[in-house]
Design a protein around this ligand. Structure first.
Ligand SMILES: Nc1ncnc2c1ncn2[C@@H]1O[C@H](COP(=O)(O)OP(=O)(O)OP(=O)(O)O)[C@@H](O)[C@H]1O
Length: 247
């Protein structure tokens, strides 16, 4: 079964249509990247899947279930989103413990103490951080908390919106290694938005290149590494990335 199947997806903000006939599929256990120029609609696609962009037509199916236009509990247990900026996405007045316990309370799951302990361990957060607030953590630690929050309900898929781009370069590799390990250990499926093609090569199996709200090419990471993308814009993007490796 596919983890995700998107077909003919048009997403709008008000009168402005942002994506046009988007379609791609992500297999269970696969790591799939959305790349392309700024404003091409990559984050908007993640938001529509997550129920945060409500005006769309077409079809979005997650583990065989058609998505509705909102956020529902059954979906939240299957699929969670991790945002770019861990500081902005964590409540400043909630401790790590409160942040991680909240989804369990909402879903009526007991055993909260043990589950929080277990998830903190799985993302490499020491116990001593459990009752700290976001401002008492480093950027990398905050992103570990955000990933832990996404994992606490044991979802099968993560939507990752540039999960390392707000972090110091020295911390980016740690978080990428963590995401790679978690995927292997938990059999997770990833759909990740990034500008960084080396990140795609490191963490993904396939990618879709987006431009002006359309998918212009779907390719394997092997093709990317061999410089064998075929679309003119995709080739420009890889050339640009090779000459500007840090962008
Ligand atoms: N909440 C919103 N209301 C209105 N327009 C929006 C909203 N969010 C995004 N847009 C517009 O939708 C288009 C796509 O934005 P989106 O953030 O999906 O692009 P992106 O490819 O993820 O860009 P980036 O790589 O810079 O993050 C842009 O023109 C953007 O200005």
């Amino acid at each position: 079964m596919n983890a995700l199947a998107i077909d003919n997806l048009d997403i709008s903000y008000g009168d402005s249509k942002v994506t046009h006939g988007i379609g791609f599929e992500v297999a269970e256990g696969e790591s799939f990247a959305l790349v392309g120029e700024s404003g091409s609609g990559k984050t908007t696609v993640l938001k529509a899947i997550a129920g945060m962009a409500k005006s769309w037509t077409g079809s979005i199916s997650v583990f065989g279930e058609q998505r509705t236009h909102g956020i529902d509990r059954a979906f939240a247990k299957q699929c969670q989103m991790v945002f770019q900026d861990p500081y902005g996405s964590l409540h400043p007045r909630k401790t790590v413990d409160a942040t991680l316990s909240e989804p369990l309370t909402i879903h009526g799951i007991g055993n909260s103490g043990e589950r929080v302990d277990e998830v903190m361990q799985s993302v490499g957060l020491d116990r001593r951080f459990r009752f700290r607030f976001p401002h008492q953590l480093s950027g990398g630690q905050r992103q570990r908390v955000a990933i832990a929050r996404a994992l606490i309900l044991k979802p099968r898929m993560l939507l990752l919106d540039e999960p390392t781009s707000a972090l110091d370069v020295s911390v980016q590799a740690e978080i990428l290694n963590l995401l790679k390990r978690l995927r292997r250990e938990q059999g997770l499926t990833y759909l990740m938005v990034t500008h960084n093609l080396p990140v795609v090569s490191f963490l993904c199996d396939r990618l879709a290149v987006m431009r002006h709200g359309r998918v212009v090419e779907v390719a394997s990471v092997d093709q990317l590494k061999r410089g064998a993308l075929v679309d003119t814009y995709s080739r420009e993007l890889t050339r640009f990335s090779a000459s500007h490796p840090k962008t």
